[in-house]
Design a protein around this ligand. Structure first.
Ligand code: MN
Length: 246
């Protein structure tokens, strides 16, 4: 049932010779809209990001990373990055065939696509390079390479920790393999990663650490160093080794 106001409004439109529908959407804009929807649909058949299933429960990394932090991090922060980058892919008609190609073109896409694409991908990797505590060690190839590059495993760990501590504000620490197969440690700001053409630090990521405050603040507050020291107990060396060997 139309109320009196709607009835009067329709009556006025009829009197003016226009239908209610044409006021809402002129035929020209309806056509433009449907063309746009169609092209977005076509491009949407290409690559988009998805959120990996968490390979363990929210509580599995306790006591080093608490369940509440994990749940908020995965269901709020990470899922928002995935949703937002896929929105950007549609609205900007981005048509890349995979994440590597997407990041190699980071200089050509919007801040929304770059930031959320990085957020989507980096966290998918982050969940996979962790596992419940103390159940793996670097494989022989990787272990030898770490010693060769950094002098010892302890030196590697110290340098990576320094990269994570030294990242001002929000960002990530990384261990990467460069194009010559050498291992390098570095960090990136915000949600950038070493696959991005805009990144000063480039390479194939083997290990990553999220040093955004949302990754540790509930349990560790401002003590980033305590979070990093605890996080070392969670590194999934099987996963890092298989990334190094591939
Ligand atoms: Mn995060």
């Amino acid at each position: 049932m139309k109320n009196r106001r709607e009835f009067l409004s329709d009556a006025l439109k009829v009197a003016a010779g226009i239908s209610a529908a044409s006021v809402i959407q002129s035929p020209a804009s309806a056509i433009a809209k449907s063309l746009f929807a169609e092209s977005a649909e076509l491009n949407a058949t290409g690559f988009e990001f998805s959120q990996v299933k968490l390979p363990y429960s929210y509580a599995a990394l306790e006591p080093y990373i608490d369940a509440a932090t994990m749940e908020i991090h995965y269901t709020k922060h990470h899922s928002a990055y995935v949703k937002n980058v896929n929105e950007a892919i549609k609205s900007e008609n981005l048509n890349y065939s995979n994440a590597v190609q997407f990041f190699e073109n980071a200089s050509k896409i919007s801040a929304k696509a770059r930031n959320n694409g990085g957020g989507a991908w980096n966290h998918n990797m982050f969940w996979q390079v962790m596992h419940p505590a103390a159940s793996s060690a670097p494989g022989k190839n990787l272990s030898d390479a770490l010693s060769k590059q950094f002098g010892s495993f302890e030196n590697f760990r110290e340098q990576f920790t320094q990269a994570a501590m030294g990242r001002f504000g929000s960002g990530w620490a990384w261990l990467v393999k460069d194009t010559s197969g050498n291992l390098k440690i570095g960090s990136t700001p915000n949600q950038d990663n070493p696959l991005m053409d805009v990144s000063e630090f480039r390479g194939t990521p083997l290990l990553c650490l999220d040093v955004w405050e949302h990754a540790y603040y509930l349990k560790y507050q401002n003590k980033r160093n305590d979070y990093i020291n605890a996080w070392w107990k969670l590194v999934n060396w099987n996963e890092v080794t298989s990334r190094y060997n591939s």
